[in-house]
Ligand binder design. Structure first.
Ligand SMILES: Cc1ncc(COP(=O)(O)O)c(C=O)c1O
Length: 396
């Protein structure tokens, strides 16, 4: 990788990044207000943000946390996962999904994807179940819901807990219902590049008040419920540590930013969908190129627009297209290097590194194009022009 040379087709004065957050005056004002208030850490804004997210997603409990990575860890712990347990997750995900399993002391078991939606294939999940399987973490990759209803049915039949990694899918729906309340718990990311952002941040949602309570306690040092109030006029100095937890809560400046972004979530989603449709119309029918689609049973959040480039048809495959995008000052990315390709897995031996055909084929072909709400029409056209020209020149 890396040796393939790209060609410049268009003149761009500036670099089009893979992602540029859309932050306006309202976001600046909200954060400034919090800074002026003098309350810089966990406080009333975090609680307000959690409640507003719960209302938006239609789920009774929504606990803001410092990131989706930390949310996955405390949610898995809250679901009772620990040493001796196995947790099934797709290999096609970010390392955070895996880290949560390993840091619980559980053994990760990797499953393959359904190439139609890039989420875990229910068949592969079912085949990976053993008597030690305690939980499964389906990932809604790129913002397209995975086949969660089938996964839930299999999990229920085997008494397996389900934690959804919806880091990419804030606002996505399955049969008209937003993700967040379908399974035992769901985790969202508010990292800078995600559907909405609080800079860094995440959210754990659940219908189960006990899971919500444990996530709250675990993400706040293991302190009992109202300890955060101890520096307010309503608080008192006394608190109790009820279990060993972590410092993984959100802070008020981030929550204030997240609240404004939450109010813009529908606007962002509409624009991302519009851009995705423009890409799909302009790139349809090109030899060697497979475009992402949305199944009719869901609403795609379009966090990513990942195309597949067939190296049997296109010289250099996706690496050639990436080289041309780079030569034309357009950012791109690959989501993701499968977990079982990483040294930590390779060193763990074949038991941890199964052959996952769909995942490996997808990774060989995938490239994510820039897609974010503040992209201008000119920027969209530039991406289309470069991809089309790259494929035309590289077509064998
Ligand atoms: C699928 C997936 N899960 C979890 C995470 C972790 O999110 P965060 O950066 O909020 O910890 C990411 C981040 O990119 C992700 O892509």
């Amino acid at each position: 990788m890396g040796e393939i040379q790209g060609t410049e087709f268009i003149r761009r004065d500036d670099f089009l990044p893979f992602f540029r957050p859309d932050l306006g005056e309202a976001e600046l004002a909200a954060v400034t207000d919090v800074l002026r208030s003098g309350w810089l850490t966990y406080g009333p804004k975090v609680r307000e943000f959690g409640e507003a997210c719960g209302l938006y997603l239609g789920v009774p409990h929504a606990v803001p946390v410092s990131s989706a990575s930390s949310g996955l860890l405390v949610a898995l712990k809250a679901l009772g996962v620990g040493p001796g347990d196995e947790v099934i997750l797709p290999s096609l995900t970010f390392v955070a999904t895996l880290g949560a399993v390993v840091h619980c002391g559980a053994r990760p078991v990797l499953a393959d994807i359904d190439p139609a939606n890039l989420g875990m294939a229910p068949e592969s999940f079912a085949a990976a179940i053993t008597p030690r399987t305690k939980a499964v973490i389906p990932v809604h990759l790129a913002g397209h819901p995975c086949r969660i209803e089938e996964i839930l049915a299999i999990a229920k039949a085997h008494g397996i807990r389900v934690l959804e990694d919806a880091a990419h899918a804030f606002g996505a729906e399955v049969r008209g219902k937003r993700l967040g309340g379908l399974s035992d718990a769901t985790v969202f990311s508010f990292y800078a590049t995600k559907c909405i952002t609080s800079g860094d941040g995440g959210l754990v949602t659940t219908n189960d008040p006990e899971v919500a309570r444990r996530v709250q306690v675990l993400s706040f040092h293991g302190m009992d419920g109202n300890a955060w109030q101890r520096y307010t006029d309503k608080g008192r100095w006394y608190y109790e540590i009820v279990e060993f937890g972590y410092k993984m809560h959100l802070g008020d400046p981030a929550a204030a930013l997240g609240l404004v972004q939450l109010g813009r979530s529908d606007e962002f989603m509409a624009r991302r969908t519009e851009i995705a449709h423009r890409f799909s119309a302009a790139l349809a029918g090109l030899p060697g190129l497979v475009l992402p689609t949305a199944a009719d049973w869901c609403t795609h959040a379009w966090h990513l627009y990942a195309v597949r480039v067939d190296r049997d048809v296109i010289d250099g495959g996706r690496d050639g297209v990436i080289a041309d995008l780079t030569a034309n000052r357009i950012g791109s990315s690959v989501h993701f290097i499968p977990l079982h390709y990483h040294p930590v897995f390779r060193e763990a031996g074949s038991e941890f590194a199964p052959h996952l055909g769909q995942t490996e084929r997808y990774f060989d072909q995938a490239v994510s194009l820039p897609l974010f709400p503040s992209m201008t029409d000119q920027e969209i056209d530039d991406v289309v022009t470069v991809v089309r020209e790259s494929l035309r020149r590289r077509c064998r």
